[in-house]
Design a protein around this ligand. Sequence first.
Ligand SMILES: C[S@@+](CC[C@H](N)C(=O)[O-])C[C@H]1O[C@@H](n2cnc3c(N)ncnc32)[C@H](O)[C@@H]1O
Length: 247
Amino acid sequence: MRYTRAVTTARFRRPAPAPRAQARPLHAQEMFGARAMRRIVRALPPIESAYAAIRFTIMRSKLLSVMDLLLPAEGRILDVGCGFGLFAAYFAQTQPQRRLTGIDTNARRIDIARSVMAKLELTGHELLVGDARAVRDIAGAGFQAIYVLDVLHHVPRDDQEALLACLYDLLEPGGVLVLKDITTEPWIGLKFTELLDRVMVGWDEPLAYRHHREWGEMLSSLGFHVRMVRVPDVLPYPHVVIAATKQ
Ligand SMILES: C[S@@+](CC[C@H](N)C(=O)[O-])C[C@H]1O[C@@H](n2cnc3c(N)ncnc32)[C@H](O)[C@@H]1O
């Protein structure tokens, strides 16, 4: 009898208050950015739109998500060699508090990048024509993060270290430089990538790939703390993502 009453009392005891709901629920729906990518592809003229669809197939949401998580959710972020601004428009959408500065030597690409940002109503970002090494003169320094997406192997071998040194100076202390490039192994992966790069740029432009270990050593010697991951793909691209933090 006593036992029954005890059970009954426990059952009708006022339940403990539920933990307070989080003010901003955690969600990951944009983590894979499919909607952001679709909007960018639609905002471009036909040929560039086809190019963007291919770029997003090569870059894959998995790779972009790795980079998205390495970049801060707010602050000034520099996109070196931004081209048509595909990834500036992508990272601006996934975290709207970011302020993107894209720079490219190709004025036509910058024009298109500006129109994509305008069509998608992404404001507060700047897209500049110029050499990345001249960013300080055009846009000032003090970036929280910089990313360089498949650009370094298009920079002449002898200029690569000077460019990275310049990017080091543009970063705030503690800022991160995110590099996505192609490493040189396996050999078959490198040759596959080189063939496709040649289709895009022709035979005259120098292509200067390096092994990820070489990039790591160069960045460490410049004063960065370096971490890196290789990101396997169904296509044989030997992708590598490097996060280099200014200490
Ligand atoms: C292969 S495209 C990559 C474009 C873009 N990052 C992407 O992933 O779609 C390389 C871009 O880097 C630009 N570029 C090369 N060297 C540069 C430099 N020193 N400063 C600024 N842009 C540069 C080229 O004009 C070109 O648009």
